[in-house]
Write a protein that binds this ligand. Structure first.
Ligand code: ACO
Length: 328
């Protein structure tokens, strides 16, 4: 597939309508709007209702992306869903999305790289398309983190939200959209951010439920330090691979975990505030869905225009990290 590149054909996002504000959280745990705002920048987040699973949010985001791409579900060769909150262990959420969309020709699988999942998925989609294996790929980042949040734990419950974003990618021999992807991981940090229960290490028992092991656990302060360092390095590496400089970028979309992390990265990259996208005040941290929801919003709000260079950079449990430079 000589000179074959990847083109972004469409993006879409979907957020559940229910809003949980910091004032609501004040009634649930010992916290305050002032603490949450100054420590994280988050003001509210979206929460899926009891009947809604990750695949339901993913399907809505996918429909929006397909509409913009002008493709039918049957035009899709592969569906990749990046998530840490699959509907169930198996079948994959991607298979459930395929069923709901009627994307009968697609190969389907889920991808687990926590908050970096969408960027890992973009690397997969790029490789599949450039190798000639698939032509059109539906890549989704979707989460219902509210379902694995311990609503009694103020250290974590103020941080996360639900939502989904999707991107349709196709093959081009013209202007490429995905110029570079850099990925990294360090499993030595596995204990700092995890969902301990329910897997083969701690299968579900009455004891694991009693010990609240089916909820996310995080050592926030440690995560914070490594996140700043690794996201800054990843952003630099992806720029280097693309042969671009920070000054060439129209916008940087960092993972939306904490405003102080975003500000620290912007400072390290010498980026002016107007070139850094922030929407975490509305949605909190939506893990694998975060960067694609933000990209879709930035496009729809005309914060970016066709031809602009945009960099996405993320960090998450594992630890995993990654960055990509794309040309819209
Ligand atoms: N309300 C009030 N007080 C709180 C709350 C709360 N919601 N949460 C914690 N506190 C208290 C703590 O108990 C602690 O009290 P103590 O000093 O008496 O023990 C105090 O506030 C300070 O706690 P720290 O943990 O030091 O607070 P910090 O300033 O580090 O902020 C935070 C915590 C927001 C979690 C921050 O560390 C952070 O954002 N970390 C990174 C998270 C991240 O990037 N995750 C990325 C990936 S997520 C994924 O992959 C799914």
């Amino acid at each position: 597939m000589e000179n074959c590149g990847v083109k972004i054909l469409g993006t879409g996002s979907y957020l559940p309508s229910r809003v949980l504000t910091n004032a609501d959280l004040e009634k649930m745990v010992q916290t305050s709007d002032e603490w949450i705002t100054t420590r994280t920048g988050i003001k509210e987040r979206r929460i899926a209702d009891d009947k809604t699973a990750t695949s339901d949010l993913a399907v809505e985001a996918a429909k929006n992306a397909l509409k913009e791409a002008g493709l039918a579900p049957t035009d899709i060769d592969a569906i990749i869903v990046a998530t840490v909150t699959p509907d169930m262990f198996f079948p994959s959420t991607a298979c459930l999305v395929q069923k709901q969309l009627g994307a009968s020709k697609a190969a389907c699988f889920d991808l687990s790289a926590a908050c970096t999942g969408f960027i890992y998925g973009l690397a997969c989609a790029k490789s599949f398309i450039e190798s000639g294996m698939f032509s059109n790929i539906l890549l989704i980042g979707a989460e219902t983190l509210s379902k694995i949040t311990d609503w009694n734990d103020r250290n974590t419950c103020v941080l996360f939200g639900d939502g989904a974003g999707a991107m349709v990618l196709g093959r081009t021999s013209g202007q490429k959209s995905v110029l570079s992807v850099h990925l990294g991981a360090d499993g030595n940090y596995e204990s700092l951010l995890k969902l301990p229960g329910g897997g083969s290490r701690n299968p579900a028992t009455a004891k694991t439920v009693e010990e609240r092991l089916h909820f996310m656990k995080m050592e926030g302060r440690e995560v914070f330090k490594v996140a700043v360092m690794k996201m800054s390095e990843a952003a630099e590496k992806a720029l280097e691979i693309a042969g671009k400089k920070t000054g060439d970028l129209a916008l940087v979309i960092p993972h939306q975990a904490n405003l102080r992390i975003i500000e620290a990265i912007a400072k390290r990259m010498a980026l002016p505030a107007e070139k850094v996208y922030v929407n975490l005040h509305k949605y909190g941290n939506v893990s694998a869905a975060t960067t694609i929801i933000a990209l879709d919003e930035a496009r729809k709000e005309s914060r970016v225009k066709p031809g602009d260079l945009v960099e996405l950079v993320a960090f998450g449990g594992g630890f995993t990290w990654g960055a990509t430079v794309i040309q819209l």
